[in-house]
Design a protein. Structure first.
Length: 335
């Protein structure tokens, strides 16, 4: 008991000495400025430092307590903190780069699959329509959708007829009117294209589409004039010239061409405007039908204007200059 009393007395002396040490280092001693003496943050900081010093001196066996009272270091104060942050940033960037590459590969693979699928579908349809009459055309579907969107009623007349049941002057009239080099080019009339460019430079518009291009547009595409449609038209033109002969191109064209509102094909036009079949059309009938092809909504075959009559006479003159109906029909049968 006496030993414990001595130890307790000794600890009390040490504790009292530590308290005096702290009090001697408290702000406000000699040599300090008034601003530092009055600053509460400085007071708290220095008191804390003095107490930590005291505890580390007066309680050497309580290192755990001293460690608890010590302020932990922030990550930025460690010397290896910058290296760790840089490594983490690089790892995140590498993971992001790998993810982007994976996504790009997926997008490219999907684009390739879609392109191959559309290409296969287009080739398949082209070969299919080489032997089978199309039930409808893209132009017919476009006209129906436009009518529905405008709230109107749509009625169409479309009837397929084989080429042998079409009067020879009808095929000759569209060649004389729309594409006089039809039997000699491979889908594109470069001379007509150059002339159209020259007309455009002079502020006037002139079409240069061949019968093959018009068939590709009417059968597969929409009627808008833009670069995408023109590119697809060129693609389908190559397909038609590759898988079809001239006779089939002309046969499809005559059966899906628009001759008026809701009137598609030469058979429907012959019945609507002349009350006869396509096989009985005369050269004058064929010329007037060919005359309205550039704008069948404004130009009327059943009520021809002076402009339509003028185009009819011009087409008849071109038919005579090209050598006659039978010469053209013989060339079509030989191809």
């Amino acid at each position: 008991m006496q030993t414990l009393g001595k130890r307790s007395s000794s600890h009390q002396k040490i504790f009292s000495a530590g308290i005096r040490l702290v009090e001697s280092q408290r702000p406000g001693g000699p040599g300090e400025s008034n601003s530092r003496r009055d600053d509460p943050r400085s007071h708290r900081h220095e008191c804390g430092m003095s107490r930590r010093r005291f505890l580390s001196i007066a309680l050497p066996g309580c290192g755990t307590v001293a460690g608890l009272l010590r302020t932990p270091e922030s990550p930025a104060s460690r010397p290896d903190a910058f290296v760790d942050v840089s490594r983490g940033t690089m790892k995140r960037a590498e993971r992001l780069n790998v993810t982007l590459k994976r996504q790009m590969r997926r997008v490219l693979a999907l684009s390739l699959i879609i392109t191959l699928g559309l290409g296969t579908l287009s080739v398949g349809l082209t070969i299919w329509f080489r032997f089978v009459a199309p039930p409808a055309s893209a132009l017919m579907i476009e006209r129906r959708i436009d009518t529905w969107n405008s709230g109107g009623k749509y009625s169409s007349h479309y009837e397929w007829v084989d080429f042998d049941r079409i009067a020879p002057p009808m095929a000759f009239a569209v060649i004389a009117s729309e594409d006089q080099n039809f039997l000699h080019h491979h889908g594109f009339d470069w001379g007509a294209i150059q002339r159209a460019i020259d007309y455009d430079e002079n502020g006037r518009l002139r079409g240069a589409s061949t019968l093959t291009q018009q068939t590709a547009k009417n059968l597969f595409l929409w009627p808008d004039r833009n670069w995408l449609r023109k590119a697809l038209e060129a693609y389908f033109t190559v397909l038609l010239e590759t898988f079809w002969d001239k006779r089939r191109i002309l046969e499809i064209y005559l059966n899906i061409a628009e001759f008026g509102d809701g009137v598609y094909g030469v058979e429907a036009a012959a019945q609507r405007y002349f009350h006869k079949s396509a096989a009985r059309l005369t050269a004058e009938d064929a010329a007037i039908l060919a005359a309205v092809l550039p704008n069948p909504h404004r130009l009327k075959a059943n009520a021809p204007s002076s402009y339509v009559r003028g185009r009819q006479q011009w087409i008849l003159g071109q038919m005579r200059q090209l050598g006659g109906v039978h010469l053209v029909r013989a060339e079509l049968q030989s191809r």
